[in-house]
Design a protein around this ligand. Structure first.
Ligand code: ATP
Ligand code: MG
Length: 158
């Protein structure tokens, strides 16, 4: 289905912002104009939920989570960044693998099965996009993914 991804992202952030019990602040860097993409909304909801729930889980008290959308020629880049503990360089290639969790001891008390990002990757790939992580230990993590987007088609709509 065709969805204005900016509104769609706002609604998901709104819901998590209203129900969060943690002291984290949300910062939105989202475009004002609509961006129409053809997606499976249920699956993209799951992708965003999996990424954002990690950002919250691994955020420190008072941390900030930033949401952004950048428009490129034929795709958009959606990013969620946090100010959490980060992921060591040697582990970053594995976080999209099923059941993989960085440092079992550290993760155990935070809970989870290690499936969230593997599922997100499958769903992003099924939409023709890619997903990756940029992280610095002690500073934070940014998870980004792309979604194909056709500017020409966009113009026909407006
Ligand atoms: P689940 O999502 O199934 O509840 P999980 O959160 O442990 O469990 P994933 O979401 O797949 O699993 O993430 C895999 C691992 O990557 C995590 O266990 C954690 O070690 C690391 N990770 C993911 N996101 C972050 C983040 N924002 N900051 C720090 N580490 C992260
Ligand atoms: Mg997770």
């Amino acid at each position: 289905e065709w969805v204005n991804f900016v509104d769609f992202f706002h609604r998901i952030i709104d819901r998590l912002e209203m129900t969060k019990e943690q002291n984290v602040t949300f910062k939105r860097e989202l475009p004002k104009q609509a961006i129409f993409v053809e997606i499976d909304a249920d699956k993209l909801t799951q992708v965003l939920y999996n990424i954002i729930s990690n950002a919250m889980k691994y955020s420190p008290e008072g941390g900030q989570i930033t949401f952004s959308i950048k428009e490129q020629e034929d795709h958009i880049i959606v990013s969620i960044s946090d100010e959490g503990m980060g992921i060591p360089k040697e582990n970053i290639g594995k976080i999209f693998t099923r059941f993989y969790r960085v440092d079992k001891a550290r993760s155990r008390k935070l809970g989870g099965t290690g499936l969230g990002l593997a599922i997100a990757k499958e769903m992003v790939n099924a939409h023709g996009g890619t997903i990756w992580a940029v992280s610095e230990e002690g500073k934070g993590t940014e998870i980004s993914f792309t979604l194909p987007y056709d500017v020409a088609e966009e113009d026909e709509w407006s």
